[in-house]
Design a protein around this ligand. Sequence first.
Ligand code: CMX
Length: 137
Amino acid sequence: MITGLSHVSIAVPSLEAAAKRLNEVYGLEVGAAKVNEAQGVRLAYVELSNARIELMEPSRPDSPVAKFLEKHPAGGIHHFCLNVDDVPSTAAGIVSKGAKVLGDGSPQRNVHGERIAFVHPKDFLGALVELEEKRDT
Ligand code: CMX
């Protein structure tokens, strides 16, 4: 079940340059960078009251985000992310209605260790969607 909006994710060629720009123009504070090697990204977040902005830089040359930046060298919106109560059951529910969940079926984790999955853009009106299960803290 979808429970809310987690974040909008922007692919950027340089995290540091992106953070400087968001701070100088909008007064936004970007947190410390972390690496999710399995996903091939270096990430940092702007925490807003109701959602986050995720900034992603490729962490290795064969990263999917590096491929995205080849098509969009200045960067751009890569995906948005919905919170769900349970990734496997939400994914199974939408797959049963004909939508495609990307990947080989093996579980994926975000940089916080939470379960995630990606839905094919053709099955969400042309936008790449991440499903993210909030961990109980
Ligand atoms: N926007 C729109 N369409 C996109 C897209 C994007 N950002 N990325 C991929 N697609 C499209 C592809 O063109 C392809 O379309 P067709 O099937 O029509 O050719 C389709 O989606 C599937 O893409 P793919 O690369 O063939 O599929 P994969 O399963 O190899 O990988 C994906 C898909 C999206 C997971 C991968 O490309 C990717 O972007 N991985 C990085 C995911 C990410 O952002 N991780 C961050 C985690 C955050 C954290 O750690 O917190």
